[in-house]
Design a protein around this ligand. Structure first.
Ligand code: PMP
Length: 354
């Protein structure tokens, strides 16, 4: 830290992204990226747009926003595209939390919520999960705070039902409820349609996972027009050109290629079922994940040790040191061949254990 850093950031612990190692070729199952290339249409459109990078992008992101709104069954001014869904989450913290209005989220969830809360000096309540890692929705009723729920949750992969989400919204008529649907496309129903019923709901999603565009940084929020107007105020006060031209073009391409995305999601779900069954046969326990990752532990091998041994053997998964989940590893679902290598490597490690 330099001697010039503002006191308000002196204690800030920033978000730790998953490793992006350069030193060797790993099978990368640690950051929930898609193992599939972006849609060829997305690549083609982005490459074409590269020729026009001398110009600023459209700050309103009109073509992409309209296409996305049509796909979601909402109006143009009920959507806001952002630089990854991290940015819409950031905007939500800026717009809906302050010294009077705190935040509330589970104690085990996406780590960025706590970082945003600390960044803006927002009082944050972190509600413990139940012992089976499920969320007790009643703990979020009438809480007088802005609610942040990842659905499905990360890193557990466990989802709340649509009716449970609706109960949280109904029981917070005077607070915003943010439902982070980064992983919704791998087996869950989105609550986007509820934005027409509730003016306190903001739904966030991303192109990083099911649409294979993590490197392009594209996410969005969906909510009633007034909320989107608030969030636009924040956007135009921070970074009006938040979506670059190539990303915008790639986003249009992938939305024109829905079949490609749907097929990839089907493949991930199939591979999730395959690897889940195989790991259960090897004695692993896991949560009921409906995301593009699983959350697993084995009673005979320490979580951190398994992570380190897998890494030594060229397979990168995500381990969190936090006490109650330190026996677990989060493993991104990849291609069938990546899953087979993972299983073979785990079997070898387990044999060496005995
Ligand atoms: N929400 C959750 C639950 C996540 O796990 C992540 C990142 N993996 C994000 C949001 C942000 O993703 P992105 O900024 O790539 O859209």
């Amino acid at each position: 830290m330099s001697r010039f850093l503002s006191d308000k950031y002196s204690k800030l612990i920033p978000y730790t992204p998953g490793e992006q190692p350069k030193e060797m070729e790993y099978i990368k199952l640690n950051t929930n990226e898609s193992p599939f290339s972006p849609s060829p249409k997305a690549v083609k459109y982005a490459a074409k747009e590269a020729e026009r990078l001398n110009l600023y992008p459209d700050p309103e992101c009109r073509v992409l926003t309209q296409k996305l709104a049509d796909k979601l069954g909402v109006e143009f001014d009920e959507v806001l595209l952002t630089n990854g869904s991290d940015e819409i989450l950031n905007f939500a913290f800026m717009a809906y939390c302050d010294f009077k209005n705190g935040a509330i989220f589970p104690d085990i969830t996406y780590g960025f919520y706590k970082v945003f809360a600390d960044l803006y000096n927002i009082d944050a309540v972190q509600v413990p999960l139940n012992s089976d890692f499920t969320i007790d929705i009643t703990k979020y009723f009438n809480c007088g705070r802005t609610v942040f729920i990842a659905n499905p949750n990360a890193p557990t992969g466990i989802a709340l039902s649509l009716s449970e989400i609706e109960k949280i919204i109904i029981n917070n008529p005077d607070n915003i409820v943010v439902i982070d649907e980064a992983y919704v496309d791998f087996g869950n129903e989105s609550c986007v349609n509820l934005i027409h019923k509730y003016d306190n709901l903001l739904v966030t999603q991303t192109f990083s996972k099911s649409r294979s565009m993590a490197g392009a940084r594209l996410g969005f929020g969906v909510g009633c027009k007034e909320l989107i107007r608030d969030l636009n105020t924040v956007k135009y006060s921070t970074n009006p050109y938040n979506i670059n031209k190539m990303t915008m073009a790639a986003g249009i391409g992938v939305l024109e290629d829905e079949e490609y995305t749907l097929n990839n999601c089907r493949e991930i779900v199939k591979n999730r079922e395959f690897v889940t069954n195989e790991l259960k046969n090897l004695g692993f326990e896991m949560t009921n994940s409906t995301a593009n990752f699983i959350f697993v532990k084995h009673n005979e091998i320490d979580g951190k040790e398994l992570y380190l041994k897998l890494k030594e053997n060229g397979v990168l998964v995500r381990h969190f040191d936090k006490n109650i989940i330190s026996q677990y590893n989060r493993i991104t679902i990849g291609t069938k061949s990546q899953m087979t290598t993972l299983l073979d490597t785990i079997k070898r490690i387990m044999e060496e254990q005995i």
